[in-house]
Design a protein around this ligand. Structure first.
Ligand code: ACO
Length: 344
């Protein structure tokens, strides 16, 4: 085969079968949200804002905040639910990958804490991935590659963030946007047509100042520069425009790679940052609203947790069935962005 024919064949694994290929099947999903609900009306009493402004600009009505649960506690609870759904025991897991930018500690990794909390076999591999709101898809991509190469057989992929710890609760332009939570999937190595068809991850470190949170380490006595406040900062308006453009491109990339047309997509599970961003993406793809999973009205932007929480809700509501083609897309600090296609 030459030229475009060869390129098309390479790009069409989804439609071409590949029954004997080793893939990562999504064997179970789980999520966990802390109990405390913080409504827009609660925020009206904390900063100069209104329920009407927040809902109209973002689609958010309320979010959950952790009172005393760390990221590893929330992540372990989500993972437990995913293991139950997959019918697996923690001893079956040989790899834990966690997407988070709010780890319990600088080290050990949140993944190591979750390994210990769940009683996963000592000797299994566990590590964190830092890609802000794209963290879950970055973690999914890493775990998928271990599975496809035969290095892992059953992997836990977790997205968890506790942004209530890094938000400036006096800054109305950011504190209304985020919430805490965790979501997880179990990946199982299986030959066949089902599972992750492809994932693409990207970053552009030149634009880090669009969205960042300085670390919370103590200043060293040798440091020349003034200590900076550890709070999240975001150039919201500019980030909004880049997010719409970049997520549109990321979707096109994995769709083309798999030879998919918009009508092949059963369900889009996008990162839940802003309903207006999700609507813009939906309109570009000409998808009907019932094909797009949104839950940011209840949880706000839970960063790395948003996609696996939304996926878990969709699965439990019976919205996803065998052979459905599911599309994931995320965008976040870094800048980072990622997309993935799964055959359920
Ligand atoms: N309540 C009331 N007014 C507010 C609030 C608030 N909470 N926040 C800002 N305003 C005001 C501003 O001061 C401004 O007033 P002005 O016109 O008098 O100056 C006005 O509202 C408009 O502000 P904008 O920032 O232009 O509002 P915008 O429509 O862009 O909405 C938002 C802001 C919701 C943050 C939006 O820009 C957004 O969603 N951005 C993208 C977020 C995103 O995708 N982030 C990436 C993922 S997150 C991650 O990776 C961690």
């Amino acid at each position: 085969m030459k030229g475009s024919a060869a390129r098309m064949a390479a790009r069409r694994p989804a439609l071409m079968g590949h029954e004997h290929m080793l893939r990562s099947r999504l064997a179970g999903t789980g999520s966990y949200l802390p109990e405390k609900v913080l409504t827009n009306h609660d925020l009206e009493r904390m900063v100069d804002t209104s329920d009407a402004w927040i809902f109209a600009r973002t689609g958010i009505r309320e979010r959950r905040v952790s009172v005393d649960e760390t990221s590893s506690e929330m992540g372990a609870k989500a993972a437990k639910n995913a293991l139950k759904a997959a019918g697996l025991h923690p001893r079956d897991i040989d790899l834990v990958v966690v997407g988070t930018v709010t780890p319990d500690m600088a080290f050990p990794s949140t993944a190591c804490f979750i390994q210990s909390r769940l009683g996963i076999r000592p000797g299994a591999a566990a590590f964190d991935v830092s890609a802000a709101c794209s963290g879950f898809l970055y973690a999914l991509d890493a775990a998928d590659k271990y599975i496809r190469s035969g290095s892992a057989h059953n992997a836990l992929v977790i997205g968890v963030d506790r942004f209530s710890k890094i938000i400036d609760w006096k800054d109305r332009s950011t504190c209304v946007l985020f919430g805490d939570g965790a979501g997880a999937v179990v990946l199982k190595a299986e030959k066949g047509r089902h599972g992750i068809l492809s994932t693409r991850i990207h970053s552009d470190g030149r634009r880090w100042e669009m969205l960042y949170a300085p670390n919370t380490c103590q200043p060293s006595p040798f440091e020349a520069s003034e200590p900076v406040l550890p709070y999240l900062r975001m150039q919201g308006n500019e980030t909004f425009k880049i997010a719409v453009r970049t997520m549109g491109g990321a979707i096109a990339e994995v769709m083309e790679e798999n030879g998919l047309k918009p009508e092949d997509i059963t369900c889009l599970v996008p990162h839940q940052a802003n309903l207006r961003i999700i609507e813009a993406i939906r309109e570009r793809l000409k998808l009907s609203p019932d094909k797009v999973v949104t839950n940011l009205e209840k949880y706000g932007n839970t960063s790395a947790a948003s996609i696996p929480i939304a996926l878990d809700e969709a699965v439990r509501e019976g919205r996803i069935k065998a052979n459905d083609i599911i599309l994931f897309v995320a965008f976040g600090g870094g800048l980072t962005w990622a997309s993935s296609v799964v055959r359920w």
